[in-house]
Ligand binder design. Sequence first.
Ligand code: ADP
Ligand code: MG
Length: 715
Amino acid sequence: MLTLQLSDPVEKIRGVGPRYLKYLHKLGITTVKDLLWHFPFRYEDFSRIKKIKDLQPGETASIIGTITKISLRRSWRKKMFIIEGKVEDDTGSINVIWFNQTYLIKNLPVGTTVSLSGKIKTKGKQLLLSSPVYEIISQQKLNKNFFSELRNTARLVPIYPETKGLSSRAIRYLVQYTLKHLRFPADPLPLSLIQKYHLLPLAIALRQIHFPDSLELAQKAKNRFIWSSLLLSQLYLLKIRTRLLSLKFPRIKLDIPLLKSWVQSLPFTLTPDQKQALWEIAQNLARQPMNRLLEGDVGSGKTIVAIGAALLTYKSNYQVAVMAPTEILAQQHFQKFKQYLQSFSVRLALLTSSGCKYYEEGLEGKISKKAFRKIISSPLPIVVIGTHALIQKDILFNKLGLVIVDEQHRFGVEQRKKLLLNNKQEIPHLLSLTATPIPRTLALVFYGDMDLSVLQTMPQGRKKVITKVVLPRDREKIYQFIRQEIRQGHQAFVICPRIETPEDKSNIKASDLLTYAQKLNYEVKAVKKEYQKLSQEIFPDLRIAMLHGKLKPAEKEEIMKKFKQGKIDILVSTSVVEVGIDVPNATIMMIEGAEHFGLAQLHQFRGRVGRSSFQSYCFLFTENTNSSSIRRLRSLVKYNDGFRLAEIDLSLRGPGEFLGTKQSGIPDLIMKSLLNKEMVQQVHQEAEELLHQSPDLKKWPTLATAFQEFIQSRG
Ligand code: ADP
Ligand code: MG
């Protein structure tokens, strides 16, 4: 008998000809392994096998019997073919009906033994089996125990992701054939782990995930696969980490007197968390290549920590690159770096798509891009702040020591890699700032190769932002309130609902450009409309401005500047102000169509206010009075902790949406694992333990092989 191996091409399976092959390829299936790892997403429960006399109306059941009658008639009224049959077992008979499947007349002649699964209905006083799934039981099979051979009926039947031309029925056939003829490989999971965690061994898991004996076993099988793919990805992250630690890196002097005098120079005292983070970073920079995530809620003061890290690096004669997600933020960072490094003679440059700026000891001016390139290609230290203009090919740093990425989830992983690869001899340190609170499970799964510093406490004197969900009937009242606040000298943000847009223009394919442009148009329209409404009808007496993606960078900068200076009362904006904008005098955040945003993002908006000792307010306007939507928004009223909200967001929307479409290279199984915290912890620990026992995994050859394959599959 022909045996199959996982690595065989799928066309080696009997029945796979050129046509099926095309469809299989469409599903991404090229090898036997791909086919077996094409898991069902659910099961049809046809496992209730009954004698005909015991059938009950309304139930879904399976019967085994013989066709005693079958005929075709045409219904003129409904313009379709009706196939009527009768099936009999040793307890009775039942009528069966199908629609339009005329081939059944040929396939199921009188005398055929069949297994039928479907819904029992009534017609008049009689029971009727309507459109059942059928499976012929050959004479040959009848003599054996045929139940285990059934794949479409009388069991839990797998439903697969399909493609036109390749139905679940066809996939079942291929999978069943393959399982029967496969030479099962040795299990890549070490036996000790299988036993310790009661995991199903590979061969059993493969059978049970496709043709489960019970839903419980199907789940166990799935768990096993989640477990093993999670293990591989954890091993991978841990390996990257060890590899990184072995690379040459810029040694940054742990200059404590410098740090001390800088901290003293600041207009405020650092919070204990900021000090701790800075200390962790300073030590890291001196001792090992850094790959660190600085996580802290909006307003927790990450920038200042980053500035400290930049100063240390600069004073060790290295260059620093700071990447901001938007132009506005790059400008703001430039100002902040200037301000907080004032008395430390640090050269700074700003690079955005609208041009370059250079700063040195009180001198500031525009420079050409050519001049800019020249500056950074010399080994002199400098801190360069920019948008993703910073990672163009022609931007080559001579002596890059540290890369700081603000809100890195907006930058693709690829872009980060590029920045790292541009540098030849030493790997620059990486510090990634994020206000997206990453639940611990998520951090382990996606950033397992990184160290973590967390700012949990807020700078002193901040008041909790009062948050309210505002239904249409309360709109007027809230407008009144906003007016009062502004009369007292405060300012307000108004955010218009976002129309889903790709987060980062550089990642858009040409084919998406049109739709991107259209979406941008919608956004701009929404902002303009809101602007008109507020400036003409609601607050004609106030100074209102708008901010959106179609303005030129210089215009945006001008508006932001005015808003910061208090020359604008209300800023109507798209979600571009989402991250980082710092205007302490703003005390109102009003969000239109709040239901369109994720909780984590709403929390980010809210973080734009409450940055001073004034009481601030966040109003979540929603027209959607559907109770689950309101309940979701209310969790913002209840919780002020970004981590907590992120957990809720994750559980409500699932990992896919939570992470955004950009992360969609992640294997489905690993995504699913995110919902199982305990498992992620377990696997993480076990991966560490395995590498500890055998850094090259040689102790478990099958695991080592699976790991090699995993790495190759990631390219
Ligand atoms: P985020 O973590 O959201 O990036 P920022 O770094 O923008 O926060 O800091 C928010 C505001 O808090 C800024 O105006 C910053 O100057 C101020 N700030 C930072 N640290 C402190 C502190 N220890 N005490 C008081 N204010 C601080
Ligand atoms: Mg920030």
